[in-house]
Design a protein around this ligand. Structure first.
Ligand code: AHR
Length: 544
């Protein structure tokens, strides 16, 4: 049979897993071009995002030193353990929208002296039905020192988002001084010592605003004379929110034009351009109650990240041909509605296998665009949108999203390689109009199509890591896996797959969805592999 000739799925063999190439016909292809490197996969592409929103901080992360919930200096212990296991490289804080209303001065000094003020999200209607608490009125118990403690315990770097809307550049300089001035050198350094750290935190990732659409020129004003304390500061400029029907190219063009107009060197001072992209079914459907068309619709929406990055890159290249400015996708994920984890937790819901596949599709896209990306942050870490973790009081569960991050951490620091994957496309019914936030979803009235297999690969010396998503809700795909320019000695295969696409973990069943190892007798430069329906697969291949 010719390599690119696809047979119908009825010819696919029954058992998933490895089979010698000659014994079966392939209905797909996964070709890894070992001699075509794309760029290094920065570990920071596996970053996370935390905001003072609903149950993210209180009591997702912070339970307090006196809590009966196991904690390390007030931080939920199970979360720390899982973050360390993930090798979570970086965490963004304190928002999001909250960041542009946050005064960092409210969150320093003795905790019992900190003010309580109205949370940015307080006006959200479900919140007014909820009991009072930090989700409505922010106690500032969790401030800069507590966030640094959290990062330190997790082994992650802090990425702080400064308030561009409500504060001034001088206020921002003050926050840098609180974080980074040498021990004992300034009044703020002494306050920091009282908060638990005489030594500076040496924060270098600084976001200047969040979704500050309209404040482009402010960026220049803000980063002009920041005290650096000898550190190489990495400023992240607020870029566009990308949507299915609008890649936000005009925003990027406007920002780069404006920065270039005064002095071309300003572009060199931007470490990254922040991009946000959320996917959803039209009208933001339920997280667990969805049909097969909704399944494909969300996966297709998540896949748009691929073209959105490519389009943004073209615009950036018009002004920055050497591409010194990389992208920082500091908010991404699938955003659904659903039964909240706790009524007080705004935007919380239980994620399913659908969200696991969104994670695999997105992380594969990031790998394939490794040369463009400096950092990415999944939104948000716990009890919120697209969360790897859910927690309430002493209950805790890692979601299928966590398991995909865990599988993909093997890519961190590797050399991304070009991958060509194909399989028969999948047809489904979807809305004809662009999927925008709207109260009434449009009808699924059009025939839509989605790819049959996709993935990414990274090289780490003699080890090759290949990840592949089979989005088909019910059919397996047998693919001819070809290593162009290399040969396999052995492989270890891990699969996250469920027959029910709604499968999920919750407090009663925290281990319902977990990846499993599959036996793999793989060798040579070409072999067949059967990818289970609705699955994410990782092949860790030792090369000859
Ligand atoms: O993640 C929730 C919100 O979505 C963030 O606060 C904001 O930046 C984005 O619009």
């Amino acid at each position: 049979m010719k390599r690119r000739e696809f047979l119908t799925t009825s010819l696919a063999v029954a058992a998933a897993g490895f089979a010698p190439r000659s014994s079966r016909a392939a209905d797909g292809l996964v070709e890894i071009l070992v001699n075509e490197p794309v760029g290094e996969i920065a570990p920071d592409l596996h970053g996370h995002f935390t905001e003072h929103l609903g149950g993210v901080i209180y009591d997702g992360i912070w339970v307090g030193e006196d809590s009966k919930i196991p904690n390390v200096n007030g931080v939920r212990k199970e979360l720390i353990d899982h973050m360390r296991h993930l090798k979570a490289p970086v965490v963004r804080w304190p928002g999001g929208c909250f960041a542009d209303s946050y005064n960092w001065r409210d969150g320093i000094g003795p905790r019992d002296k900190r003010p309580t003020n109205t949370n940015f999200w307080a006006n959200d209607r479900p919140l007014w039905k909820a009991p009072d608490g930090p989700q409505k009125f922010e106690t500032n118990t969790f401030g800069t020192a507590e966030f640094m403690r959290f990062c330190h315990l997790c082994g992650s770097e802090p990425y702080l988002a400064a308030n561009l809307r409500g504060l001034t550049p001088a206020d921002y300089d003050g926050w840098v001084e609180y974080c980074n001035s040498p021990a004992g050198s300034t009044t703020l350094a002494k306050i920091r010592a009282g908060d638990g750290s005489a030594d500076p935190y040496n924060v270098t990732y600084w976001g200047i605003g969040n979704e500050s659409w309209g404040c482009a020129v402010e960026f220049r004003r803000w980063i002009s004379w920041v005290p650096t304390y000898g550190l190489k500061m990495r400023y992240i400029a607020s870029g566009p929110g990308m949507a299915a029907d609008n890649a936000g190219e005009e925003w990027t063009r406007g920002l780069f034009q404006e920065l270039n107009a005064k002095d071309r060197r300003f572009l060199n001072r931007i470490y990254g351009l922040s991009l946000h992209y959320y996917c959803w079914t039209a009208g933001k459907g339920d997280s667990l109650d969805f049909n097969v068309d909704d399944w494909y619709q969300v996966l297709l929406q998540s896949d748009l990240m691929d073209s959105l990055l490519a389009r943004q890159w073209v615009v950036a290249g018009e002004f920055d041909p050497e591409h010194k400015v990389k992208f920082v996708v500091d908010e991404w994920g699938a955003w659904h509605r659903g039964k909240p984890i706790d009524p007080r937790y705004l935007f919380s819901y239980v994620p399913s296998m659908r969200d696991a596949l969104v994670t695999g599709i997105t992380l594969d896209i990031f790998n394939r665009h490794a040369e463009k990306l400096a950092m990415c942050n999944c939104a948000q870490l716990i009890n919120c949108i697209h969360s790897p973790f859910i927690a309430m009081e002493e209950h805790f569960a890692a979601t299928p999203i966590f398991h995909v991050f865990d599988m993909y951490k093997a890519h961190q620091g590797g050399q991304s390689l070009r991958v060509v994957a194909s399989a028969p496309p999948i047809s489904f019914r979807g809305p004809s109009e662009p999927e925008r936030r709207r109260p009434t979803p449009p009808a699924n009235d059009e025939e839509r199509s989605f790819w049959g297999l996709a993935g990414s690969a990274s090289l780490h010396g003699k080890n090759l890591v290949v990840t592949v998503v089979n989005p088909h809700a019910s059919e397996q795909r047998t693919a001819d896996v070809s290593l162009r320019g290399a040969s396999a000695r052995s492989a270890r295969v891990t699969v996250l797959a469920e027959t029910d696409i709604h499968a999920h973990n919750d407090f009663d069943h925290p281990h319902a969805v977990e990846p499993k190892e599959e036996p793999a007798n793989v060798s040579g430069s070409s072999f067949a592999w059967t990818f289970k329906p609705a699955s994410v697969t990782k092949l860790e291949i030792e090369l000859v």
